[in-house]
Design a protein around this ligand. Sequence first.
Ligand code: PBG
Length: 324
Amino acid sequence: MPFPIHRYRRLRKNQQILRMVRETTLLVDDLIEPYFICEGKGVRDEISSMPGVYRFSIDQVKKEVLETQRLGIPAIILFGIPDKKDAVGSEAYNPDGIIQRAIREIKDTAPELMIITDVCVDEYTDHGHCGVVKGDQILNDPTIKLLAKMALTHAEAGADIIAPSDMMDGRVQAIRGALDNANFSDTLIMSYAAKYASAFYGPFREAADSCPQFGDRRSYQMDPGNSDESLREVLQDIEEGADIVMVKPALAFLDIIRRVRDEVQVPVAAYNVSGEYSMVKAAAQNDWIDGQRVMMEILLSIKRAGAKMILTYFARDAAKVLME
Ligand code: PBG
């Protein structure tokens, strides 16, 4: 028998065969672009730890979403930065709050974009935690009532997909119930189902000014040492009515994405979070890596791991590369 009988390099002989055998390809359809929205007029405030990512006032966001739509990106996710914060995050469920107004304006401007809203009170509370605080405790059950209220105001304003990111127990069921009761049974829920307590959220907390003022998020977000637990979280959220489940962060948790993908039949999303973005940008600015190639390799790896949807600050840059 001649050696070697298998020469795998035959399948890498030229561009055509590479294209023919490629198992995973990234599409613009897979991308979701995050937006930070603040009060004021004419605000385009670049986030220092996230070059190329801005806080926009609503009037500026309207121009930006047209570009997102033009690039063929199907969806955006909105984060609100209110002027006023208090202990229970009441601006979060103000029907005329920053996000509720932004949803209406964006729907008018770019009706083809699916609007996802992050549902969590941390950007709206003065203590920066994702729930109602008593002493040093983050209370679960009072918090899910607020989340349901917040989700409803988003749906009323025209949000297509509600994305709870708080990691309280039972919040998907509470939100589903509130939506259904108010005739929003067509509004989808994308739950941040396996969300880990991660240091990769650092730049986001600068962007959204949502750093916890005491303690950390380890009593509600998941321990990075756990994998089985992610399945319990994901399966419970599906049982409670989640249409899409998310794993977050993405890069240090590719094994979790794959495990979830193998286990469930609903679409899986992954959040390529702020710190993952900033690391690439910083290294690229130093000419230590080829930023564009690394970006595409990372996004492909998240898809290959099993995520159909990728929330990423690279959405536009990647869409441009894919268009070429
Ligand atoms: C909570 C929320 C966070 C992120 C998305 N939703 C921050 C946190 O849990 O502290 C982080 C996203 C990122 O780092 O890009 N509202």
